[in-house]
Write a protein that binds this ligand. Structure first.
Ligand code: DQA
Length: 142
């Protein structure tokens, strides 16, 4: 089982950005936690982070035929990007949407998720643990 973990804009700033919402742990801490869990689960995991919408679309397309499941936190593009929705639909790879916070309880504009329609599940408001839960959802249904 090969899982790709994709993180969108500003998630490289974890630990610095709004720690009261996202916590004080860094993006590298997130990668380490996911890698440890993947090792325990016996799955192969790879990581991609970009601040650029088109690069995220490219990463999803490049996963076609190579990756069995995608864990994606599209960050702000959750609420704006039809392109990411279309990319997930195009490749047909089982995908779980993750958010560190719970966007549904924050600003009105965060309540819309375009990508959700193409995802098998959404895990939100559980901090970094949400990424681990998403990997388990993908493995359990594989
Ligand atoms: C986020 C929530 C989004 O609304 C926000 O734009 C982010 C992070 C989260 O992980 O809680 O950048 O996806």
């Amino acid at each position: 089982m090969k899982i790709l973990v994709i993180n969108g804009p500003n998630l490289n700033m974890l630990g610095i950005r709004e720690p009261e919402i996202y916590g004080s742990a860094t993006y590298q801490d997130l990668v380490d936690i996911i890698q440890r869990e993947a090792d325990t689960m016996g799955v192969e995991v790879s990581f991609y982070q970009s601040n650029h919408e088109g690069d995220l679309v490219d990463a999803i397309q490049q996963a076609y035929g190579k990756i069995d499941g995608i864990v994606i936190n599209p960050a702000a593009y959750t609420h704006t990007s039809v392109a990411l929705l279309d990319a997930v639909k195009a490749v047909g790879i089982p995908t779980v949407e993750v958010h560190i916070s719970d966007p549904d309880t924050r600003d009105e504009f965060r309540k819309i998720s375009y990508i959700r329609a193409a995802c098998k599940a959404t895990v939100k408001g559980k901090g970094f643990a949400g990424y681990l839960e998403a990997m388990h959802i993908l493995c359990d249904s594989n």
